[in-house]
Design a protein around this ligand. Structure first.
Ligand code: GAP
Length: 452
């Protein structure tokens, strides 16, 4: 059973060090969150799972890591300066500001006044001066998507790796949007991370590759522990497509506040490379692109046999990392009865995502012999290299089990007085709560196999 509400999940996240309101000692800022000690591990593990599946386990994708600050030309020719907007109205009575689709009966949701301004477009990009003079002449944007620098680096990657079409370029990084109404915990925020792949294909093969990536991405989320009954594919209606998209299928997840987008898989056609390329007239571009006479670089590729040039189409699976964290946390959340009087909250995360892989717990706090032995076991397990192992020198086994159930630690290892005599430990499984005794040699093997 996933969590019953966003409040329940947010409360666990705060209590156990996953996610905190940013700037909270000064009252917080809407739409900004910080990841705590458990959150950063979970987020990094999810990123690594994505990176591995895209880069290490395939032979047709390269990775990059580009700048957040993005020049105005890039975002002009991408179409973001003109079209990356939400329709906005102001309430003249209480001075609040709303997206027009949030208004009920054309009145202000805050004070119910009908004295509203005309609707006007509000660009969602953050703009910042660059350099020492702030006179408006030199500025950049905080990127609203990581994709654009993949397009502007298309030729650099192609030339430096000798790739041929089809191939992809992947990137994980921050994106920023000045959302008018950030809401639902980390679901809609102003600073977030995306995991984006731009997969370049021959025109005509785009629909086949689009289907392929929808399938791949759906299966990837299932492999991260999301129950199939909680994710759904949704074809975006033609009149709701982004300015660059020929067609988009969203992966929706049953978040605590409702069924909403976790990832979008778009067929961006030849819009982006077509808009950023030099000599646009030399290409047979399929869609209406941004007219560009400034670009210095031809972003096409040459057909080997016919020697003709074409602009590749792009299939783009674009996942929100923060929404991913929210989805895996929610899907892993369980409240279970242990017996008639006791229940527990457990995060049944897939082991590769768990923030802590194992807790090593000396039975008695500050007992030098037990603590030293626990430290050496921690060191052996840490060297296996599957992630963070923690030493819990608190002496309260019951409390430790409860804490580690709630943060999703799959294994707890207790070092007791028998360990000193027979060199064996007890190991407790998070999900079954079963315990068994293993020699430390067996423990190493068990541990390696468990995370294999
Ligand atoms: N490059 C394509 C692109 O940016 P998008 O649908 O606007 O497409 C992709 O964003 C993903 O980024 C979404 O599916 C969502 O997971 C995440 N995302 C978008 N806006 C977000 C926000 N304000 N807060 C958190 N995640 C967001």
């Amino acid at each position: 059973m996933p969590s019953r509400s966003m409040e329940e999940l947010a409360s666990l996240c705060k209590r156990r060090g996953f996610i905190f309101q940013s700037n909270d000692i000064y009252g917080g800022i809407k739409g900004l969150y910080d990841y705590g000690p458990m959150g950063v591990e979970l987020k990094n593990n999810l990123k690594m799972a994505w990176w591995k599946s895209m880069i290490y386990e395939r032979d047709d994708i390269e990775g990059i890591d580009s700048n957040i600050l993005t020049g105005p030309d890039v975002l002009k020719y991408s179409g973001h300066v003109d079209t990356f907007t939400d329709p906005l109205v102001d309430c003249r009575s209480c001075k609040s500001r709303w997206k027009s689709d949030q208004l009920e009966n054309k009145s202000c949701p805050n004070c119910k006044s009908k004295d509203l301004t005309e609707e006007r477009p509000f660009n969602l990009m953050f703009k910042t001066p660059i350099g020492p003079v702030d006179d408006g002449s030199s500025y950049a944007y905080l990127r609203p998507e990581t994709a654009q620098q993949i397009f502007t680096n298309f030729k650099n990657v192609l030339d430096s790796t000798n790739r041929t079409i089809p191939f992809g370029v992947a990137q994980i990084g921050k994106a920023f949007r000045n959302e008018i109404t950030p809401r639902n915990f980390i679901f809609r925020v102003r600073e977030f991370e995306q995991m984006e792949l731009e997969f370049f294909v021959k025109p005509g093969s785009d629909e086949k590759w689009h289907k392929y990536w929808i399938n791949e991405r759906y299966n990837w989320w299932v492999n991260q522990g999301i129950n199939k009954k909680n994710i759904h594919l949704h074809s975006v209606k033609k009149d709701e497509l982004s300015h660059y998209s020929k067609s988009t299928v969203d992966i929706l997840y049953d978040f605590p506040h409702g069924k909403e987008e976790l990832e979008g898989i778009a067929n961006r056609s030849d819009f982006d490379l077509g808009s950023h390329t030099k000599n646009q007239k030399d290409f047979n571009i399929s869609t209406k692109v941004m007219e560009n006479q400034k670009s210095t670089t031809k972003l096409g590729v040459q057909e080997l046999e016919s020697k003709s040039w074409f602009i590749p189409f792009v299939i783009e699976p674009s996942a929100g990392l923060d929404r991913g964290v929210l989805a895996v946390l929610n899907d892993a959340y369980k409240e279970e009865k242990i017996d008639n009087n006791n229940s527990r909250i457990v995060l049944a995360l897939k082991p590769h995502l768990s923030p802590i892989k194992a807790a090593v717990i000396p039975l008695k706090r500050n007992n030098d012999q037990l603590v030293e032995r626990a430290k050496s076991i921690k060191k052996i397990l840490q060297q296996i290299g599957v992630g963070r192992i923690i030493l819990e020198n608190t002496g309260n086994i019951g409390k430790n089990y409860r804490r580690h159930d709630e943060i999703g630690t799959p294994l707890c290892i207790t070092v007791d007085f028998e360990t000193l005599e027979s060199n064996s430990v007890t190991i407790r499984d998070r999900d079954s709560m079963q315990q068994k005794r293993l020699s430390t040699e067996e423990l190493k093997e068990y541990f390696k196999n468990y995370f294999d």
